[in-house]
Design a protein around this ligand. Structure first.
Ligand code: ADP
Ligand code: MG
Length: 315
């Protein structure tokens, strides 16, 4: 069904519930929002382009889920409480059915996280979705990239490598593995539980070594990683045992958290993650120096083929 721009926006508007902190939502020239007193605003933006950030055959509902998930993941990595978001859509045509399905996926994730859609933009062009997400954090408690200290443990939530395995095998992979690529779980509750406890945090979007590399560079430290300690799903172990290490070290799109915390606070980290039902694994430590040194379980050096995904690098 073909529909005009304003009908599409109306379709979106009617599905958004009113709430007290959104004084004026979709429908005016700008939204009016009521920030809670004393808190800092965390704000992040991520764009998803067809064929780059999701395979062309991805369903509208999965695109809706993922476009919000990647932004919630950035709020999680800051230890922020999600509050508001905007949605800018570039669509090749005006398809009401596509919008409805997109919103099904988007709102399925927005509702449990209490994030309200407050505005956006709708234009014609190649399929592209840009979300801006805003959240709250208490002053001094945000999980930044520049706080890692030598001696910290390095931790990873959930399992990593599944999304890269799914991307590498698109047509051949089964539905459960594919859903790890299409419907990542943003670790919002873990991020909140770790605020004030972890020294540094990043979400794994471009690949563990690349993303941890940002933490090391910003913190002025190095890292040692045990490649065999990286948490792998039974699916990954069964499906791609030969490529497991590469997918886990350098594959992107998992949206797990990688964080560092003082070794003396190991028990607190385990308890904080258990409280929010988030599996967590210790995978290495922060050291004096620079760069990431990867070893296998026997202590032998392991050389990655590449660190992670870079939009502007050709290899
Ligand atoms: P303007 O031309 O003043 O920017 P628009 O016609 O683009 O206004 O948008 C009208 C209203 O609809 C605005 O409040 C805008 O935030 C909202 N809006 C437009 N597109 C979307 C969208 N994809 N999702 C949510 N809100 C949207
Ligand atoms: Mg506009």
């Amino acid at each position: 069904m073909s529909t005009g721009e304003f009908d599409l926006i109306e379709r979106i508007r009617t599905r958004i519930a009113a709430r007290a902190d959104v004084v004026l939502g979709i429908g005016d020239d700008a939204a009016l929002l009521q920030p809670p007193p004393g808190l800092q605003l965390a704000i992040t933006a991520d764009t998803l382009n067809a064929g780059v950030h999701f395979p062309q055959d991805t369903t509208a509902a999965d695109i809706g889920w993922k476009s919000l998930a990647v932004n919630l993941s950035d709020l999680a990595a800051m230890g922020a409480q999600p509050a508001w978001c905007t949605l800018s859509l570039s669509l090749p045509g005006s398809d009401a059915g596509w919008i409805d399905a997109f919103l099904d996926g988007f709102l399925a994730l927005a509702q449990p996280h209490g994030i309200a859609l407050v505005g956006g933009d709708t234009t014609r062009g190649p399929l592209s979705i840009a979300v801006t997400a805003m959240g709250w954090v208490e002053p001094g408690r945000a999980l930044r990239r520049d706080g890692a200290q030598a001696g910290d443990d390095i931790w990873v939530t959930g399992t990593i490598g599944d999304a890269a395995a799914a991307l590498a095998t698109l047509d051949a992979c089964d539905a459960a593995l594919r859903s790890r690529l299409d419907r990542p779980t943003p670790r919002v509750r873990a991020g909140l539980a770790l605020a004030g406890l972890a020294h540094a945090c990043v979400d794994v979007s471009d690949g563990l070594l690349a993303d941890l590399g940002h933490v090391c560079a910003r913190s002025g430290v190095g890292a040692e990683i045990d490649i065999d300690a990286l948490p792998a799903s039974p699916m990954l172990l069964a499906f791609a045992p030969a490529h497991r290490r590469v997918f886990q070290a350098s594959g992107g799109d998992d949206y797990e958290l990688c964080f560092t915390a003082p070794a003396q606070r190991r028990d607190e980290v385990l308890r904080a993650c258990a409280d929010v039902e988030t599996p967590v694994a210790r995978v290495g430590r922060i050291v004096v120096g620079e760069g990431i040194h990867v070893m296998d379980g026997a202590g032998r050096p392991w050389q990655p083929v590449r660190m992670g995904y870079d939009h502007f690098r050709e290899d």
